[in-house]
Design a protein around this ligand. Structure first.
Ligand code: FAD
Length: 442
């Protein structure tokens, strides 16, 4: 069986490993347009900040390992530009030689990920304007941070923008963050965003909200950013306003796409086209609480979906069980996390809900270093089903969110959550976990 995988990172290589592990006869070719395989994009902000000194540490498995140890024909600089599902052919260009190539397949996985959105602002080709998605992107930013660069502007207040802003502050830069929304962290409700903004201001980050970037100005290099309301001097800019799935090369392939452009997949990671699979940031995820396909491009989903796709390609049936919308980020001393729905998501879906804010503690107050955690918890108004939890604090946020994510996955009600047998000793918790206290209040 000839398996062609397009894209050699999280989803693609999780799949490739499943194919070679489950079907020794399969011939696996991976077509990757860049030069890196299996690396942690999630670690890139910390490479900019210097916490990760060597970008090589972000590589989980090299191309050579895939080729030599696992017998995978892992190619670099091979960009796929067209897919012909009728004849089961992929076509593209070898970016090193400039030669076109064609390849037939029995089964094909699209794992092309997503690209940063980079709107056609005037002046966006000036030097000193960056995006952050790949190791080369991160290296360019690091190389660009010379002594003349002291004022950096991050455009976009989502988790990547915030992580990048933090790491620029760690490098001693003056940092400004511009967003067209009225607050940063819009995946969270406003009470959580307020906590993030408070820390941003404490760290000296200039927040420019409710302003839309219109152009970059400068001679050769960016010197100024113009918005609809003002203009701002800057020595460098990073645009982090979201991503779009890399699916435009499928234009003639009649693949069903989600409104975001992601390929619609079922739980086997199959598309509507025979023997064509998709996984990761170029594919949808079924959202268990929303009960519909969603697009939340994250590494956790890419790895799981890739593994499921690879197993199914190799004939070992597996299903992707969907997501509940869990994510977490560090912002200076804060941990900010969410699982399930925010108020806006529930409103958009017309789900009747009730919510509360609850301030709990990491562990028993009399034991040293007890810290506050702010929770926002939502339940379905009529049946009491848990709908979502958001949390922000210094410690202990991660474990509460993961407990809540488990509860959501199993459709638990607020009273199920209250009755869970969770661990307690004074250094770790109160007799009632703050999640359970919040559930009781709700
Ligand atoms: P990608 O990793 O994007 O890989 C797709 C590959 O396909 C790329 O190597 C690309 O070069 C190749 N490709 C694309 N088009 C073609 C083509 N036409 N032909 C050939 N090859 C092609 N997720 C989390 O869960 N937690 C985090 O903390 C987190 N932090 C992040 C921080 C940053 C700065 C970034 C950028 C992402 C972060 N993510 C995080 C998201 C996570 O990295 C992605 O969800 C994950 O990498 C997606 O994996 P993928 O394999 O689907 O796509």
């Amino acid at each position: 069986m000839k398996v062609v995988i397009i894209g050699g990172d999280a989803a693609g290589m999780s799949a490739a490993m499943q194919v070679v592990r489950n079907d020794e006869q399969a011939e696996v070719t991976v077509l990757e347009k860049g030069s890196y395989y299996s690396y942690a994009q999630c670690g890139l902000p910390y490479f900019i900040g210097g916490l990760v000194e060597d970008s090589g540490d972000l590589i989980a498995r090299s191309r050579d390992t895939f080729r030599e140890k696992h017998g995978i024909d892992a190619r670099i600089y091979h960009e796929v530009t067209e897919l012909d599902p009728e004849n089961k052919v992929v076509k593209g260009d070898n970016l090193e030689t400039g030669e076109p190539f064609e390849m037939t397949y029995d089964k094909c996985l699209v794992a092309t990920g997503a690209s940063p959105i980079f709107p056609p602002f005037d002046g966006n080709d000036l030097e000193g304007i960056h995006v952050l998605k790949t190791i080369p992107d991160a290296k360019k930013i690091v190389e660009d941070m010379n002594e003349q660069v002291t004022q950096v502007t991050v455009i976009g207040g989502g988790y990547i923008g915030l992580e990048v802003a933090e790491n620029f502050v760690e490098k001693g830069m003056s940092v400004r963050l511009i967003d067209l929304a009225e607050r940063v962290g819009t995946v969270y409700d406003k009470e959580i965003s307020e906590k993030i903004e408070k820390v941003a201001k404490k760290q000296g980050i200039e927040l420019v909200l409710n302003e839309s970037v219109e152009s970059f100005e400068g001679d050769q290099r960016v010197e100024e950013i113009k918005t609809d309301k003002g203009s701002y001097q800057t020595d460098m800019a990073v645009v982090a306003i979201g991503v779009k799935p890399n699916t435009s090369f499928l234009k003639n392939a009649d693949v069903h796409l989600h409104q975001t452009g992601a390929m619609i997949v079922n739980s086997y990671m199959e598309t509507n086209v025979k023997d064509l699979y998709a996984a990761g940031d170029c594919a949808t995820q079924y959202h268990r609480i929303k009960e519909k396909n969603d697009y939340i491009p994250l590494g956790t989903h890419a790895n799981k979906q890739g593994r499921v796709a690879g197993s199914n390609i190799a004939g070992v049936t597996k299903t992707f069980q969907g997501i509940v919308g869990t994510s977490i980020m560090k912002f200076f001393e804060l941990t900010v996390a969410k699982t399930g729905l925010s108020e806006k998501e529930a409103e958009d879906l017309n789900i009747p809900f009730q919510s509360i804010l609850f301030e709990g503690h990491t562990h028993a107050g009399y034991y040293p270093n007890s810290e506050k955690i702010l929770f926002k918890m939502m339940k379905h108004k009529s049946n009491g089903q848990l709908l979502g939890v958001q949390a922000v604090g210094r410690d202990g946020v991660d474990k509460r969110i993961d407990v809540a994510a488990t509860a959501l996955y199993h459709n638990m009600t607020i009273s199920d959550l209250e009755n869970l047998d969770l661990s307690y000793a004074p250094p770790y918790n109160g007799v009632w976990d703050p999640l359970q206290q919040a559930a009781r209040r709700l």
